[in-house]
Design a binder for this molecule. Structure first.
Ligand SMILES: NC(=O)c1ccc[n+]([C@@H]2O[C@H](COP(=O)([O-])OP(=O)(O)OC[C@H]3O[C@@H](n4cnc5c(N)ncnc54)[C@H](OP(=O)(O)O)[C@@H]3O)[C@@H](O)[C@H]2O)c1
Length: 333
């Protein structure tokens, strides 16, 4: 058990990088070591956001390049970069590395070409990475693949049920806020395309499909939708029980969790209640007309779906309190 650790962040100018930075500044056991950004290297932290000048006195160093942040000798490096970019990086010889991208989540390297659109440049190293979803597959070793946002919501809902449901025909209908696409400008995320609209995208081809199948042991049909909101994600999962009481299984599985809560009967998860938090809400409903159970999970894509989960993984690996630095209390209005 360690009492303090130095942490560096690459891609700190992006959405997940900024969210990770904010949680590190609120964490009593982490000391910020280096912040990487190729576009801001050599500039003050306040260039990214003037609020970094009022961080309660904790020092944010000047930005350095992502390569320098990776090699900065910290106990922990959080990689907050695009998939293809992160896949090509050589991890430092020592210390924990947590990759928030999808570059190290799949154990079968041949899947990258089909689902991510590039051949993995370091396929032989994928077996060295562990998939860190704290409630289902706690992180082990020093190289951790942080789960994807849709995968997190679907797996929190379905993981504890995987031996109690019919594996055929599971459907996951999922919706996410715009920050899920990152901060770089794309035609799909222009205000003109997003506002007053809800659009399905990557239907049948989203890269989280094989990630979910890898953990569950069977594939699901996932249809993601883009919502005209900044953040938050809801996955509505349609399953058939093979006999067990699925609500009872989920309630028991998460009984001791401070992060995931199973809501009382009749209460549905709600985007607004999880936005800006690192929590997950799960609702369970019986559809007796079609003999299906509907399990709904809501998270914040940047919280439990990215930076909050990365910090939760750090806490577990270093023996810190699991919820240290996380945003858990809800905002009532
Ligand atoms: N957004 C989400 O909700 C979410 C959730 C879970 C996982 N993720 C994953 O987390 C990773 C980061 O996502 P994000 O949303 O933070 O992305 P983002 O907002 O686009 O930020 C990515 C950052 O990476 C840096 N970068 C380094 N090399 C780059 C390159 N070759 N091309 C473009 N940017 C480069 C950029 O900063 P500099 O140019 O300043 O270095 C950029 O700010 C992605 O792999 C994403 O799939 C995202």
């Amino acid at each position: 058990m360690q009492t303090m650790a130095y942490i560096s962040i690459t891609g700190a100018s992006g959405y997940t990088g900024q969210e990770a930075l904010d949680r590190v500044l609120a964490h009593r056991e982490l000391e910020l070591h280096a912040v990487g950004s190729d576009s801001l290297a050599g500039r003050d932290a306040a260039t990214l956001d003037p609020r970094l000048n009022r961080n309660g006195g904790r020092r944010v160093p000047q930005f350095i390049t992502n390569e320098a942040a990776l090699a900065s000798g910290a106990d922990i490096v959080l990689l907050c970069q695009p998939h293809e970019n992160a896949a090509a990086l050589e991890p430092p010889a020592k210390g924990v590395v947590i990759d928030l991208s999808g570059a190290h989540r799949l154990t079968d390297a041949s899947l990258y070409e089909r689902w991510y659109g590039f051949a993995h440049p370091r396929p032989e190293e994928l077996s060295e990475w562990s998939y860190g979803l704290p409630e289902l597959t706690p992180p082990t070793g020093r190289l951790i693949a942080n789960p994807g946002c849709y995968a997190t919501a679907a797996l929190l809902a379905l993981g504890p049920l995987k031996h109690a449901i019919d594996p055929h025909g599971v459907v996951v209908d999922a919706k996410s806020g715009m920050t899920g696409a990152g901060r770089s400008l794309k035609a799909l995320s222009h205000a003109g395309a997003v506002l007053e609209n809800v659009s399905p995208y990557k239907v049948g081809s989203h890269q989280h499909v094989p990630e979910i199948a890898q953990v569950l042991g069977f594939p699901v049909s996932l249809t993601p939708h883009l919502l005209p909101v900044r953040r938050g994600l809801i996955a509505t999962c349609y399953v058939r029980s093979t006999g067990a009481d699925l609500r009872a299984l989920l309630t028991e599985f998460y009984a001791a969790s401070h992060v995931v809560s199973v809501l009382p009967e009749g209460v549905a998860p709600d985007l607004a209640r999880v936005q800006n938090t690192d929590t997950a809400e799960i609702g369970v409903f019986e559809d007796s007309f079609t003999d299906r159970t509907i399990v709904i999970c809501a998270i914040d894509n940047l919280g439990k779906g990215a930076a909050g989960q990365a910090i939760q993984n750090v806490n577990l690996l270093f023996g810190f309190a699991e919820t240290e630095g996380l945003r858990l209390p809800g905002v009532l209005v």
